[in-house]
Design a protein around this ligand. Structure first.
Ligand code: UDP
Ligand code: MG
Length: 154
């Protein structure tokens, strides 16, 4: 089953939105298979945001992401990468659709509460970057058959 990485950024921690955001992902039907709090190192951030490292605003992003620990989680579910992107909303939070996490709770391009993987390939690399194998869990979701059909789960 598809897995994706979510980081609840320092603004989510500081604004007491960790529970709200996790609750939204849970209520969608996604399955939490890993979670931990982490203080991110500069090296880890430079790898994670390698597509932004050359940009003038990158030092500010790095410093923002280190202001408090973040909450890293791994979510599993059908098309979970795309599903979490849709629930998150676009990067520029003040233009994100109402009903999305960014659309409902954020205004900024930078402090937009949540990171989520943007493709299947990225998700695989990001889950491995943030979690050791033993920090990810396989267990039966008792409600699985009420959340999707067998054909969808194949
Ligand atoms: N970011 C920023 N200014 C920008 C672009 C990105 O501050 O012009 C920050 C923002 O926190 C964003 C993160 O860098 O969430 C990663 O950027 P990306 O384009 O990957 O956006 P995302 O995938 O988070 O929507
Ligand atoms: Mg991104």
């Amino acid at each position: 089953m598809e897995r994706t990485l979510v980081l609840l950024k320092p603004d989510a921690v500081q604004r007491d939105l960790v529970g709200e955001i996790i609750s939204r992902l849970e209520r969608k039907g996604l399955k939490l298979v890993g979670i931990k709090m982490m203080q991110l190192s500069s090296d880890l951030l430079d790898t994670h945001y390698s597509h932004l490292v050359g940009r003038g605003f990158y030092p500010e992003i790095r410093s923002f992401m280190q202001r408090t620990p973040v909450v890293a989680c791994c979510w599993e579910g059908i098309d979970s990468v795309n599903t979490v992107r849709l629930l998150t909303g676009i990067t520029k939070a003040r233009e994100a659709a109402p009903g999305t996490i960014r659309g409902d709770f954020a205004l900024s391009v930078q402090t937009n509460l949540i990171h989520c993987s943007d493709s299947l390939e990225t998700a695989k690399a990001e889950v491995e970057r943030f979690f050791k194998a033993e920090e990810l869990f396989e267990y039966t979701d008792a409600l699985e058959t009420f959340l999707s059909s067998s054909g969808e789960r194949d």
